[in-house]
Design a protein around this ligand. Structure first.
Ligand code: TYM
Length: 345
């Protein structure tokens, strides 16, 4: 697999991103994804934001709560400031283009490409033979999500880098096979301080929904006391106070993570955070970080709760989003069906 695909695609720029309705959203999802979505929207980008429920069923899950978890992610998108009139906010399974295009792209993707995907290896664990075919095929569905809208930019955390590379390879192969640049080569919008938020208990492990240690992450629905407690209890090290420059963060993954979180919340670089807190003890820095996190998240949590108590508002936004998403994807699917050679009456 190579990542040197190019395309002469000259269509409009368009952002697409998705979040799975599995487990509680955490600070990593917020800083790596949600916060960027709102910034992009407010900077005037056309954006399509999707609750990817088809992805959520690739692993064992609780089907009784999927719909409510789907609403919860939509509530988070709205609470973070996505506006259903400016952006498209919808649920993946309500737009058919995703599954149909995934099938076409399955016939472009190569087994060898998918076998290299580290997320499959991580999630399937030792017993890959027993993993669902859906889990193996997950990255092709993700490529279809993006390409069904000819999206050019994809804001995600850095754990999605490999999936984006696969998307470009699939797009490139389609363009090459059919001899026309139908699809763009979507670019990740990954860089920035929030791209990889680590566990509060282990600075070498990603903050994750599936970590059994509750104190390893800050959930978007945590109340202020819980957030403050988790930050105060977060792991640091015994190598002294806060360093005064970025070099001093080397070999101190937990401290680097806390500095990164502070910077991502306050829109400051590590240098700027250390210029302010270098030389202080964690007894000063941790409460400041807790206060900043609460200040940032409390209004979002409050709005999320309000929306969850009023699911009609969420559903109305999602219905509008479904219509808008279909209106973009259907002409693209018509083009794909024609190019692939499917019979049309
Ligand atoms: P998901 O649902 O696991 O995560 C949602 C978003 O949160 C980011 N993220 C993080 N960012 C920084 N630090 C972390 N610790 C952290 N943990 C998660 C993820 O990178 C992601 O941006 N495959 C995707 C969903 C998806 C998608 C798509 C994304 C499906 N189709 C098309 C973009 C475009 C996923 O599982 O995200």
């Amino acid at each position: 697999m190579t990542d040197e695909q190019t395309s002469t695609y000259a269509g409009p720029t368009r952002v697409f991103s998705g979040i799975q309705p599995t487990g509680n959203l955490h600070l990593g999802n917020y800083l790596g994804a949600l916060k960027k979505f709102t910034t992009l929207q407010n900077d005037g980008w056309d954006g399509i934001y999707c609750v990817v429920d088809l992805h959520a069923i690739t692993m064992p899950y609780e089907h009784e709560v999927l719909a409510s978890q789907t609403r919860q992610i939509a509530a988070a998108m709205l609470a973070c400031g996505l506006d259903p009139d400016q952006s498209v906010i919808f649920v993946q399974s309500s737009v058919r283009a995703h599954t149909e295009l995934a099938w076409v792209l399955n016939c472009m993707a190569r087994m060898g490409w998918l076998e290299k995907m580290t997320q499959f290896k991580d999630k399937a664990g030792k017993d890959a033979e027993r993993a669902s075919v859906g889990l193996f095929d997950y990255p092709v569905l993700m490529a279809a999500d993006i390409l069904a809208y000819k999206a050019t930019h994809v804001p995600v955390g850095d754990d999605q880098t490999q999936h984006l590379e696969l998307t470009r390879n699939v797009a490139g192969r389609f363009n090459q096979y059919y001899g026309q640049d139908v699809f763009p080569m979507p670019e990740g919008l990954i860089k920035g301080p929030g791209a990889r938020i680590m566990s509060l208990k282990d600075g070498t492990k990603k903050m994750s929904k599936s970590d059994p240690a509750e104190n390893s992450r800050i959930n978007l629905i945590d109340d202020a006391d819980t957030i403050a407690r988790k930050i105060k209890k977060s792991k640091t090290d015994t190598l002294g106070d806060m360093p005064s420059d970025v070099e001093g963060l080397e070999g101190r993954p937990e401290v680097a993570n806390l500095v990164g979180i502070y910077g991502a919340l306050a829109d400051m670089s590590d240098e700027q955070v250390l210029a302010e807190y270098g030389g202080t003890g964690f007894g000063t820095f941790k409460p400041a970080l807790a206060e900043l996190a609460v200040e940032h998240l409390a209004p979002i949590t409050a709005r999320m709760r309000e929306l969850m108590d009023n699911p009609d508002e969420i559903d109305a936004a999602l219905r509008k989003g479904t219509e808008k998403a279909n209106a973009i994807a259907e002409p693209i699917m018509d083009e794909v069906r024609r190019i692939v050679g499917f019979w049309r009456p």
